[in-house]
Design a protein around this ligand. Structure first.
Ligand code: WTA
Length: 692
């Protein structure tokens, strides 16, 4: 088709060599692309013409500048925001090389600004006051609400004034444990307005996980609501918070204030348990406060938020993001990766309890004065057509979700999709795990009527924003590939020795230089930051992901290479699940691995050795699963408990997970060499018990 020619032509007419960016050269060599025609999906001419980045040339021109002159490139973008005082020189400073000393990243240091001001006040000054900032869709169809930018600012200011009134000051932590109500982004923005550091805990985490996070960051205030409906279930969040606060108090840290929003549709006030003196109803106090609130101006490098995420050891890590770089980066990535235009209506299905909800429900979109849909409910309630019902209702034009949701809806049949028009859709997005080509095609062909480019965005809690992502309209896509690096990002693939490999290859995905949205430390543990991310391959930031690059320069993410598993896009450390299991008095030892799961991407598979003399039983199995639910959250419940009289260990006592993974996925002919095991007969026993 003409389209195809246009692209190959434009790809081929780029100057050969494309100076200094060797890995991108492949994409501009038109001939290899032409031969893979079948795998390429081209944006329409019309789409490209209107896109911010309409061609590979435009991308390469901007990309080249972002690498050759990061200070200039990012300063230009940063200048679009309001700064009370402009940043100093140098614009950024970094050391990513552990051999040269302390790892340090700073962007726009000395610049004084406020991200809440830039999301709200600035956009109102630009004439967006009456534009809808948030559409809220409740769990029950027909329950909804909305806030304009003016109204959102007023709500944020009232809460900010309240927080100040109860003593929250710049730098203090505030824990937020809320479902997807508008009050969740309101709470985040209110913290940001007064320079407080929010730490949102996903409201699917258990009391114990919440307590652990509270004890780590010691918040002045915890913000929650009494209960929430999700699908047909009611979850009593306040009870969970009560248990967490009790546990924290027992361990020496008592939270003084628990601000509780009354979610009337889920549970009446009178039925909520209450601790006088500590608990306050949101609705009772907030409206008494003024609807304007002065901004606390902060340095670009002052902390904005903490978000706990899983790593390969048991204790969750408090990923710390600062203000200025994060602001510039989330705004720019949102604009370009979704080709955002002021007329768009944007919906991201992620919960604000995860990084996606921070960067791409709250900050990135609001910095761009976007209209954002916030959805409280579940995508299959009342039926599997709910998403497309919402798309039609709000005329959503950009829809951003996770492969697990795509796969689960795909199973329910096309009819739930085709029942709705979806004609407002323009751009689709995917995040959380690699999207398999068949899910990609279903999403593209059916949901998007073969009209909407898919931005398969690869990034992490740590990166703050998109790192490798399609720019819709700029180049052809390959289903399942996250395509090319965003501006300013220099991904490299290294081998096990940490040597950078060129061209077509696969290995470990690292990043060579800093970008504004990078996390700056792990809260209270800079050493762990350095060893986890910067020691494996000195000189680079190591992502923990495996990756390959094809001959056209496209990047293909292949999943985690460490002991982190990805269940329905939720990051879970195997060690966390193991430590929950072994806390059960009848469990002697546990080893957890990820197995492929049709819908969730990965499922949790646990090998469990019981205490001497204890018998396996169905009751015990249920008990173990509920221990994990209780300690971490329902989303971390093992799919399968495999009774293990013994675990395969080396002579030095190290568990050989490689073998466990093969047993878990029943690839029994691929067990490999088991002769180095202390006791090779363990493997036969495990196989014999596989389906018991
Ligand atoms: C995985 C979520 C492939 C990856 C934003 C990463 C992906 C981890 C993609 C981070 C993608 C995320 N393609 N893999 N488009 N997006 N991942 O911190 O393994 O919850 O390391 O951040 O999710 O998960 P996190």
């Amino acid at each position: 088709t003409l389209n195809h020619l246009r692209h190959v032509e434009s790809l081929a007419t780029l100057p050969s060599g494309a100076g200094g960016i060797p890995k991108l050269n492949a994409v501009i060599l038109g001939e290899s692309l032409a031969s893979e025609e079948d795998d390429l999906v081209f944006p329409s001419d019309d789409f490209s013409r209107r896109a911010h980045i309409p061609s590979p040339q435009k991308y390469l021109e901007m990309y080249r500048r972002s690498i050759e002159d990061p200070a200039g490139f990012w300063s230009d973008i940063a200048s679009q925001f309001y700064w009370k005082k402009r940043w100093g020189q140098p614009v950024y400073s970094e050391n990513l090389d552990i051999r040269k000393g302390r790892i340090e990243i700073e962007w726009f240091k000395g610049g004084i600004s406020n991200i809440c001001y830039n999301c709200l006040d600035r956009n109102i000054e630009l004439g967006n006051g009456e534009k809808i900032a948030l559409f809220w869709e409740g769990n029950e169809p027909g329950t909804d609400g909305s806030l304009t930018y003016n109204q959102l600012l007023q709500r944020v200011c009232q809460l900010a004034n309240y927080l100040k009134d109860v003593g929250v000051q710049k730098g203090d932590a505030v824990v937020i444990y809320l479902p997807m109500l508008m009050e969740l982004p309101i709470a985040m923005l209110a913290c940001a307005r007064i320079g407080a550091v929010h730490s949102v805990v996903f409201a699917g985490f258990s009391a114990e996980s919440l307590a652990q996070r509270i004890m780590d960051c010691k918040p002045k205030v915890v913000i929650t609501c009494n209960a929430v409906r999700r699908g047909s279930k009611i979850i009593h969040l306040k009870d969970i918070v009560d248990a967490a606060l009790a546990e924290s108090a027992q361990n020496g840290f008592a939270v003084d204030v628990c601000l509780t929003y009354e979610n009337h549709s889920a549970l009446e006030k009178s039925k909520t348990k209450w601790q006088e003196g500590r608990d306050t109803w949101w609705q009772d106090v907030i409206t008494k406060f003024p609807t304007t609130c002065d901004v606390e101006w902060v340095d670009a490098e002052d902390p904005l938020f903490l978000l706990y995420t899983s790593g390969s050891t048991g204790k969750p890590k408090g990923v710390l993001h600062t203000t200025g770089g994060y602001m510039v980066y989330t705004a720019a990535t949102f604009k370009y990766a979704f080709d955002y235009k002021p007329s768009d209506v944007y919906w991201c299905t992620a919960d604000c309890g995860w990084i996606t909800g921070h960067s791409y429900v709250t900050y990135g979109p609001l910095l761009n004065a976007a209209t954002v849909v916030v959805f409280e409910g579940a995508p299959n309630y009342p039926d599997s057509g709910r998403c497309w019902d919402i798309v039609d209702k709000y005329k959503v034009s950009i829809f951003y979700t996770a492969p697990t949701l795509v796969r689960s809806l795909m199973r329910e049949g096309d009819e739930y999709v085709t029942r709705y028009s979806r004609k407002s859709l323009r751009v689709l997005g995917s995040v959380g795990e690699p999207i398999n080509p068949s899910a990609w095609r279903w999403f593209f062909n059916l949901v998007g009527d073969s009209r909407c480019p898919i931005s398969d965005t690869w990034w992490q809690t740590e990166t703050g924003g998109f790192m490798i992502t399609p720019l819709p309209g700029a180049w052809p896509q390959k289903p399942g590939s996250a395509t090319f690096p965003f501006f300013g990002v220099q991904p490299v693939i290294v081998n096990e020795k940490g040597v950078e490999i060129e061209g077509e290859c696969s290995g470990y995905l690292c990043v060579k230089s800093s970008w504004p949205g990078a996390f700056r430390t792990l809260y209270g543990d800079h050493e762990r930051y350095e060893t986890t991310y910067f020691s494996a391959f000195p000189g680079y930031y190591f992502s923990g992901d495996g990756c390959s690059r094809d001959k056209d320069g496209y990047y293909w993410l292949t999943g985690r290479v460490d002991d982190v598993i990805n269940v329905s896009g939720h990051r879970i450390g195997t060690a966390e699940v193991e430590s929950a299991l072994v806390s059960h008095p009848q469990c002697a030892e546990a080893a957890v691995v990820g197995v492929e799961h049709e819908v969730k991407g990965q499922g949790i598979y646990a090998f469990v050795t019981l205490v001497e003399g204890v018998q396996y039983s169905e009751d015990l199995r249920k008990n173990l699963v509920s221990t994990v639910r209780k300690q971490i959250g329902a989303f971390a419940a093992p799919e399968k408990i495999h009774w293990a009289p013994g675990l395969p260990k080396t002579r030095s006592g190290k568990i050989m997970r490689r073998i466990l993974r093969k047993i878990a996925s029943r690839q029994l002919d691929e067990l490999g060499d088991t002769s180095t095991l202390a006791d090779p007969s363990v493997v036969d026993e495990l196989i014999a018990l596989a389906d018991s």
